[in-house]
Design a protein around this ligand. Structure first.
Ligand code: CO8
Length: 260
């Protein structure tokens, strides 16, 4: 299937989603969000795909935010619906039981920073720029930024970034824990693929259950969280991968996981 605003590339067990609106610095309009949603459904249902990388086309922008030209005349109810659409699409990333890596190749502002934050792991090019500049446009982050930024970097830092609209470069984003790793721009995709490959060699269901345990666990109290963890741990013992993984250890060989 071809999309107007994104490119989906599949190679072996890896899918790569490029946000592709070069004229608008890959800004997100309604159509782009719907394209992303369609790609997420595709990836979720494709048992051959183990990992998804999300990045921006070109070298300048990951995503420079929600599309301001599209938003500027929205009514209250239209703005709310546009916010909810982005929130729903980004939540699909978090709820999908496959790891999603953001390869942040340039500007990640507003909705772009929010998209990156919805991913499981963030790798950034040295030249990338992050921020939630919405208050300078008379609005607030609307794709989950007020919630995820505080969870990732802490309340004080999140409030300062959001209240000032300041942008930060990759080294500072790394320092405050917004990104996991920093690479020269020319190495970013290779490193993202390397990481995806490393994850793809693990037991797929176990990786998916881990994502669920961490993600859902962060939203509940510790006792509920560890209860959920033991349920999921038990469920692993109903999988072929657990049998193969432990048998391979006993036989001093590499496991050959068959689950898709
Ligand atoms: N929306 C629409 N068009 C954009 C956007 C954007 N977010 N960002 C860049 N563009 C367009 C520019 O208008 C320009 O178009 P044209 O060539 O037709 O004039 C083209 O991309 C290239 O941009 P610049 O010439 O500005 O390139 P620079 O290298 O000089 O600057 C920047 C790059 C710094 C990224 C600059 O473009 C910029 O500041 N962009 C806006 C960043 C921003 O404010 N993002 C936040 C938007 S608000 C948001 O994301 C809210 C999310 C929640 C929404 C909730 C739903 C209601």
């Amino acid at each position: 299937m071809t999309y107007e605003n994104v490119i989906l590339d599949k190679e072996d067990n890896l899918a790569t989603l490029y946000i592709n609106r070069p004229k608008a610095m890959n800004a997100l309009n309604r159509e782009t969000l719907l394209d992303i949603k369609a790609v997420l459904m595709d990836v979720k249902n494709d048992s051959d795909v183990k990992t998804l990388i999300i990045t921006g086309s070109g070298e300048k922008a990951f995503v420079a935010g929600a599309d301001i030209a599209y938003m500027h005349n929205l009514s209250v109810s239209e703005a709310r619906a546009f916010s909810q659409l982005g929130q729903d699409v980004f939540r699909m990333i978090e709820l999908m039981e496959k790891p999603v890596i953001a390869a942040i190749n340039g500007f990640a502002l507003g909705g772009g920073c929010e998209l990156a934050m919805a991913c499981d792991i963030r790798l950034a090019a040295e030249h990338a720029v992050f921020g939630q500049p919405e208050v300078g446009l008379g609005v607030i982050p609307g794709y989950g930024g007020t919630q995820r930024l505080a969870r990732l970097v802490g309340e004080g830092r999140a409030k300062e970034l959001i209240f000032t609209g300041d942008t930060i470069k990759t080294p500072e984003a790394y320092r405050i824990g917004l990104v996991n790793h920093v690479y020269p721009g020319s190495e970013l995709m290779d490193q993202a693929k390397k990481l995806a490959g490393k994850i793809a060699r693990q037991a797929p269901l176990a990786v998916g259950y881990s994502k669920t345990a961490v993600g859902k666990g962060l939203q509940v109290d510790i006792d509920t969280g560890i209860g959920m963890e033991s349920d999921l741990f038990g469920m692993c013992f109903a999988t072929e991968d657990q049998k193969e993984g432990m048998k391979a250890f006993m036989e001093k060989r590499k496991p050959d996981f068959k689950t898709k």
